[in-house]
Write a protein that binds this ligand. Sequence first.
Ligand code: GAL
Length: 414
Amino acid sequence: MEMKRLTVAVLAATLLPAAAMAGDVEVLHWWTSGGEAKSAAELKKMMTAKGHTWKDFAVAGGGGDNAMTALKTRVVSGNPPTAAQIKGPAIQEWGAEGVLADIDAVAKAGNWDKQLPAVVSNVMKYKGKYVAAPVNVHRVNWLWVNPEAFKKAGATVPKTWPEFFVAADKLQKAGIQPIAHGGQPWQDATLFESVALGVGGADYYNKAFVKLDKATVGGATTVKVFETMAKLKTYIDKGAAGRDWNLATAMVINGKAGMQFMGDWAKGEFTAAGKVPGKDFLCVDAPGTQNAFTFNIDSMAMFQQKSPAAVKAQADLAATIMSPQFQEVFNLNKGSIPARLDTPLAKFDVCAKKSNFDMNAAAKSSKLVPSFAHKMAMPSATEGAMVDVISQFMNSSMTPKQAAERLAKASAVR
Ligand code: GAL
């Protein structure tokens, strides 16, 4: 037995050089829930199959706040990982620090400019050069529904906010928690941005959360958004404090709760639990957000490496991430849709197909907006300040008017 293992090891060592400079790839991410871990494992599988050594740098915590703190420590100490899941404007911030690797040669060889929609490729470049590889497009403005719970309560799946509250009352009466939620700042913000899009529409959303127009942020529409949030609070259980998002999803999966507002990584949890969309659970637009699409693109930003082997392994990582095979299998598990345009969607379910359709339609009607709760819309400092206000509102008796005023102040933080 011992001999056999030794032979395999020796064999592997002699074969390795054939894989042209295998190296370590250390990848920072926060994909630790059931569906997420399954997805991340696919990247590990493909990289180890190419002879590289995978060093998992997983930092638990939905939304990635803990992961970003861990990343800062590592980069400051001069020891960055090969790649880290960094999104949106933060890619520019890291680019400005001068620590990201230029992977333009890989991108040119793979024709990334042709394979990616401009809304995606623009985010992946720093000063015109690719520094990050996108893995997917998540849609955030979803409402996840347990149809069995709705049937029990005699409730109808809502399309508008008034319909939503009718359904929530019916669920409440039937002893089913209407909303599954986790009281963590990023989850509060995830809920808030869907409400903002539903109550205020895409133009308001853009003006307030992308252009950061202070008067709009502090205006009457935002007051209305907070009023809706105040009402929503009454349908959330006390146990929500600190609850992880995937545990909230589990409440919808097992029928304890009727609905959850969450991006489609929640679908990864439903499918990992063997649930079938359209039958065991439904993916519907968050109330009032039909034809609009809040996007959240996961991407791996590449950090400058010292050794040639590490540089080569990094190039392989970038190319693997953008391969159609990876884009398909990763996203089948993750709940998102591929970032790469030519990935066939034949194996994807109804929710993914709807997401793809809605994204294209929303792009044409200017209703495709970046998710700010998921770090796609504004500078990190602004996002942090605004998310703080939203979470304080959820955990205090702040009035909607006070909250809008404070949010306006936070929108000016840089
Ligand atoms: C998002 C991320 C998703 C998912 C989610 C929950 O910010 O884009 O990939 O992981 O957080 O952790």
